[in-house]
Design a protein around this ligand. Structure first.
Ligand code: OAD
Length: 251
């Protein structure tokens, strides 16, 4: 088990602004597969086929079916101790920002209030042609691709695909918070997909103390001020426990 130093807990306790960036690894302990681990989704499926506008245009039924399957898995999953600890951290520091690349909404289920979803979400849908939200009921078992009641266009999941723009307000607020934070957590992300991957580097450049929580090394690891090589479901609750203990002792 990685030692979580008292000097780090002291830095966290004195921080005014804390930012947490999460990736698929945070939901791994909820039973949702990551993308780039050896058993990850991109080892078995082709992102160009299933996660791009071009892929959707060439085979919309296949893409729809794949997301129907994934949202069924998400629907059956529950937040894990890592999600709950991140939600609790929000209540323990003066200013807190949660940025996620995850589309599963488990942070919100765990109680996180404001979550900037850089890659959208898998729960909602909208029209591929006119962009209007699709509010019709979508049963998991129904593999038929719905049509937009407004324009007849094909309905797609509201996730951000490769080659698409990130939601403007989410990336703007994420960059703003990163600019001003004292402590930045990069949790469960391979830091491979930009622009999200640029945030820990930017935080470091701006003088923040950057912590990476990931059982494996990433391209960012060597730059982190602290690397905790553990699953987030273990490391995050331990950090919360130590932070509360520290605060109690210093009241
Ligand atoms: P990746 O699959 O690229 O990386 C997941 C990271 O989580 C890896 O570095 C693992 O080592 C780590 N990990 C695994 N289990 C963990 C655990 N229990 N606790 C902590 N870390 C753990 O996922 P992301 O970095 O989120 O985008 O990928 C970024 C984007 O690539 C995704 O949002 C998705 C994908 O293509 C789109 O679909 C647009």
């Amino acid at each position: 088990m990685t030692e979580i130093s008292s000097s780090f807990i002291q830095i966290l306790a004195n921080a005014n602004n804390v930012v947490v960036l999460t990736g698929a690894g945070v939901s791994a302990e909820s039973g949702i597969k990551t993308f780039r681990d050896p058993d990850g989704l991109w080892a078995r499926f082709n992102p160009a086929e299933l996660a791009s506008p071009k892929g959707f245009m060439s085979n919309p039924e296949l893409v729809w079916e794949w997301y129907q399957h994934r949202r069924e898995i998400v629907h059956e999953s529950k937040p894990n101790p890592g999600h709950y600890a991140i939600a609790e951290l929000e209540t323990l520091v003066p200013y807190f920002t949660l940025i996620t690349q995850n589309v599963d909404r488990l942070h919100q289920q765990a109680g996180s209030k404001i979550v900037y979803e850089l890659h959208g979400n898998i729960i909602e849908n909208h029209c591929f042609r006119c962009g209007k939200p699709y509010i019709g009921e979508v049963a998991f078992a129904d593999k038929t691709l719905p049509k937009c009641p407004e324009c007849g266009g094909k309905i797609r999941p509201s996730v951000v695909w490769f080659g698409e723009m990130l939601p403007e307000d989410a990336i703007r607020e994420s960059e703003k918070a990163t600019n001003h934070c004292d402590v930045f957590f990069s949790v469960g992300t391979s830091t491979e997909v930009y622009p999200a991957a640029s945030l820990p580097y930017h935080a470091k450049k701006m003088g923040a103390y950057v912590v990476e929580i990931n059982p494996n090394d990433t391209s960012f690891s060597s730059q982190a001020n602290l690397k905790i090589k553990e699953p987030s479901g273990q490391a995050m609750p331990e950090i919360i426990r130590l932070l509360k203990e520290y605060k109690k002792g210093n009241q």
